[in-house]
Design a protein around this ligand. Structure first.
Ligand code: AHM
Ligand code: MG
Length: 340
């Protein structure tokens, strides 16, 4: 890339040329990016900044919160509440929605986020990230309630994540493909480093937590078993496995070189539809993957078509290279209901 294109310039040009980004949405995305820069700094300081370890509190999902989970959540709230572009926010780390306080103007957008995804990797210095999804407030809505957030992923107007790894990379879609921006630490700006990201339709790499194998249902077992048989099996090729245990890092790898990621429903907690959350993990990641030519389903239907019933709803996730996702989805279709 000959000229350096900053995130600001990219957004302004998208707004000007394609009319895809209204000015309030552009402001929102710039503020989210600024918040990610602050989070990246806190993550980088690690033990020196006293940010590692447990916060000794639980979130609404009954998970122990880390100090950085809470710091990242506060950074995102404080950065976004005063700009006038948002009506309300929702987060993995907050039980209910956060309506923009009366002292600030209210905008027309709703922001959802997982402030720090991959919490189990924080203290061990492995890549983690922030995932976000932007919806429009329903036009008929006056006071904001949780119901206003319950929109299918197909209604997102922007989605992305920022991965804090060896580089800090922001990945974004506004419905016109996927672009990646790398943080230039000397300049303090995100610089466009890849446009028109494409996921190859075929892959030889899968990502799943294999320690849960005995709990999976039959279609997932069948798919992984066939991959494991390699060249000698029905797939006729050897597969490789990767599992970072940070969805941001696993999805980033898939957007970079292809692959399939699965966190399926399993029998450990049969009443939970999956581990990952629909509205601020599965939906933004599914839209990014689809925008890059991949696919995302829960085994039965397209994730972006699922109508959420509650804010912190969970879902089974299968996403990545299109032909592999289609294969796993077809195994679910073929399986009899008593097969699991
Ligand atoms: P978190 O939002 O509490 O960090 O949980 C989500 C994470 C994903 O990033 C990752 O794919 C998954 O949980 C890993 O789970 P496991 O530790 O069961 O392998
Ligand atoms: Mg998460």
């Amino acid at each position: 890339m000959s000229k350096k294109v900053s995130l600001t310039r990219y957004l302004v040009e998208q707004q000007r040329v394609d009319g895809l980004i209204p000015s309030q949405l552009r402001l929102l995305l710039e503020v989210v990016a600024r918040a990610c820069k602050s989070i990246s700094q806190a993550v980088n300081k690690g033990a020196l900044g006293g940010v590692l370890g447990s916060a000794e509190s639980e979130n609404v999902q009954g998970e122990m919160q880390k100090k950085l989970d809470i710091i990242a959540n506060e950074v995102l709230i404080e950065a976004n509440e005063w700009g006038g572009h948002l009506a309300a926010m929702a987060s993995e780390e907050m039980d209910s929605i956060y309506v923009v306080p009366n002292r600030y103007p209210q905008g027309e957008y709703l922001l959802l986020f997982d402030p720090l995804d991959g919490s189990s990797n924080i203290d061990v210095n492995v890549s983690i990230g922030t995932i976000f999804s932007v919806l429009k407030k329903p036009s008929e809505s006056h006071g904001i309630t949780e119901t206003d957030f319950l929109q299918a992923g197909a209604k997102q107007v922007a989605a992305g994540y920022c991965v804090y790894g060896p580089q800090t990379t922001l990945v974004l879609t506004v419905g016109d493909g996927v672009a990646m921006f790398t943080l230039d630490r000397e300049q303090g700006t995100f610089v466009l480093t890849q446009e028109n990201v494409k996921i190859p339709a075929d892959t030889k790499e899968f990502a799943i937590n294999m320690s849960n194998m005995r709990h999976w249902d039959a279609p997932v077992k069948r798919y992984i078993d066939e991959c494991l048989q390699g060249k000698e099996g029905p797939r006729g090729k050897d597969f490789n496995m990767r599992w970072v245990a940070s969805m941001v890092a696993d999805v980033h790898r898939i957007l970079t070189r292809g692959g399939i990621f699965m966190y399926p429903w399993d029998k450990r907690e049969p009443n939970k539809p999956g581990k990952l959350r629909l509205m601020y993990e599965a939906n933004p990641m599914s839209w990014l993957v689809e925008q890059a030519g991949g696919a995302a389903t829960n085994g039965k239907e397209r994730i972006l078509d699922v109508q959420p019933a509650k804010l912190h709803e969970r879902i089974s996730v299968i996403l990545g290279s299109k032909n592999e996702v289609d294969r796993v989805t077809s195994y679910h279709r073929e399986a009899s209901p008593n097969d699991a």
